[in-house]
Design a protein. Structure first.
Length: 241
């Protein structure tokens, strides 16, 4: 199904095709035209059907529901979409009973896409989940769920923990959030994080800190930038004896 075909298709056709797309998706780069077409149809019919899917017995169906709701309708720039309030309520109601880690990860991601700050503590409760997709989604969603004027201490603590996760994708998202998306945190505190993570990190993880330095904006504090840029070399020196 091409983009033009998706735009002309009925809702029923799109739901059927989108389910096939979701269940056969192999990489994040795969185009999902039917899913995208549904997300571009913020009607009550599409919304209500997506909500019903959240309670379906099939995990693929539940995933489809979460992914439709995640980006249903245009974002107004503040994370609000046409059905944001109802979407948050529906997802929060289903999350405690969701057994599939992959689906749970999409639910958490949907809350992040809707800036569901009221769900912050619920999402934080999954930070130590045994499944990587869940921890990954927590790390990616936390910046959008945190206070936009001053990142809460419990969010910082969660990101620091996730920045030392065993999975590289989880670590990267947590590290990026720590150094680029926390708000109201002093440069001195961020430099302290960099130094502590350098001391404790393996060679691979210290290299990640150096890479984070390349993501800082041009006005970043020079001491912080240096701490990140030198993480790999400093770590090698310290561990070389």
């Amino acid at each position: 199904m091409g983009v033009d075909d998706a735009e002309a298709a009925t809702d029923d056709e799109l739901f059927q095709r989108a389910l096939f797309e979701v269940s056969t998706e192999e990489t994040d780069d795969d185009r999902l035209p039917a899913l995208e077409a549904l997300q571009d149809r913020p009607t009550s019919h599409v919304f209500e059907r997506a909500v019903r899917l959240l309670a379906h017995e099939s995990p693929d169906e539940r995933e489809l529901g979460a992914r439709i709701l995640r980006e249903l309708g245009p974002d107004d720039g503040t994370g609000h979409r046409p059905f944001t309030t109802k979407t948050i309520k529906a997802i929060v109601a289903e999350m405690p009973d969701e057994p599939d880690p992959w689906v749970l990860g999409w639910m958490i991601s949907a809350l992040g896409y809707h800036n569901a700050q009221e769900a912050l503590d619920l999402v934080l409760s999954y930070q130590a989940h045994t499944a990587q997709p869940v921890r990954f989604s927590v790390a990616a969603a936390l910046p959008a769920l945190a206070d936009q004027e001053h990142t809460e201490a419990r969010v910082v603590e969660a990101l620091l923990t996730l920045s030392e996760d065993e999975n590289d994708s989880v670590r990267w998202y947590a590290l990026y959030a720590l150094f680029n998306e926390t708000v109201g945190i002093t440069d001195a505190q961020k430099t302290a994080w960099a130094n502590t993570l350098t001391e404790r990190g393996s060679t691979e993880r210290r290299a990640e800190l150096r890479k984070i330095a390349t993501t800082l904006d041009d006005h970043a504090d020079s001491t912080l930038r240096n701490a990140l840029e030198q993480a790999y070399g400093l770590g090698e020196h310290r561990y070389s004896g």
